[in-house]
Design a binder for this molecule. Sequence first.
Ligand SMILES: NC(=O)c1ccc[n+]([C@@H]2O[C@H](COP(=O)([O-])OP(=O)(O)OC[C@H]3O[C@@H](n4cnc5c(N)ncnc54)[C@H](OP(=O)(O)O)[C@@H]3O)[C@@H](O)[C@H]2O)c1
Length: 317
Amino acid sequence: MNQLQITAFGDPSVLRLANVPDGEPAEGQVRVRIHYAGVNPIDAKTRAGLGWAAAQNKDKLPWTPGYDVAGIVEARGPGVCELAVGDRVCGMVGFPLSAGGYGESVVVGETELVKLERLDLAQGAALPLAGLTGWQGLFEHGELLAGQRVLILAAAGGVGHLAVQWACDAGAEVVALASPANHDFVLGLGAKAVLDYHAPDWPAQVGAVDLVLDLVGGESGKQALACVKPGGRLITVPTLTAEAIKAAGAERGIEVRGMLVHPDKPALARMVALLEQGGARIEIAHTFPLAEGALAHQAIEVGHTRGKLLLRMDGHA
Ligand SMILES: NC(=O)c1ccc[n+]([C@@H]2O[C@H](COP(=O)([O-])OP(=O)(O)OC[C@H]3O[C@@H](n4cnc5c(N)ncnc54)[C@H](OP(=O)(O)O)[C@@H]3O)[C@@H](O)[C@H]2O)c1
């Protein structure tokens, strides 16, 4: 099977196609024939040698990026009880170390996968990491409740456009930040108001909120502290600037928490059900053939994707 590998950290050109044997599933594992893989900013950061996953993998290259996959179960190891050959599945796999989604097959534990009934495989590959990040940021770390007001930064992006919908579905009032070209898109997801983050006075325009979901970090995360009500909280998602924003929050007496998304099969199953029932939708900005993975990384690194980017394996339209 073909997969994209890196043998050294660097710019997107280090992503190279390699032909390797399919893996054999061991106890509790299945082999999935991947149709689509999701592209996330962490894939590009790790490829460039940044962050925790790069530090852990530096002596274990080659490494194949990709945590989000959707495809068909084609082989089962011993002890697999929930999944059958032929099942359509998606999941966040090998997080955060082994990854391996940018390829035509992957061997993973069945506990990492959720069965898809009606959701198409492209949507299934776009959902897991971004959907779980939004879900866990809002509900596990943010403890968001119905009737509360939440500010979501980068609301048109991969995590943001799903988080807007999860928060609206939970009965919260969503105020969002996006550039003007994305305002109608974000309002269409259910946000009550959308503001342009280029306006210097955006924190004053937002007013007071119970929770901020900061998907930008850096100076934007610090500026958003001005919107947090007494007793409220800011969840900062980009890990590289989390400590600086926590320190800025501590100076102002505002609770700031960082987070790292984690696999959560029940939450993923709930999000799949919501999508299958039409209660939410995923925007797919562009789908690249596997061989053009470097172009997908260039695109995610620009930082202005609306929704999600995907890789498509050969033979799957
Ligand atoms: N800690 C974790 O476990 C974890 C998990 C997932 C993601 N992350 C991190 O969270 C961040 C968001 O991830 P993502 O997948 O949603 O990224 P993404 O899809 O690349 O986000 C793109 C969006 O960011 C918006 N944006 C860019 N600069 C902005 C700014 N200054 N203010 C407001 N919005 C801005 C863009 O909006 P416009 O086009 O409207 O300008 C675009 O819609 C990334 O840094 C990622 O690495 C962390």
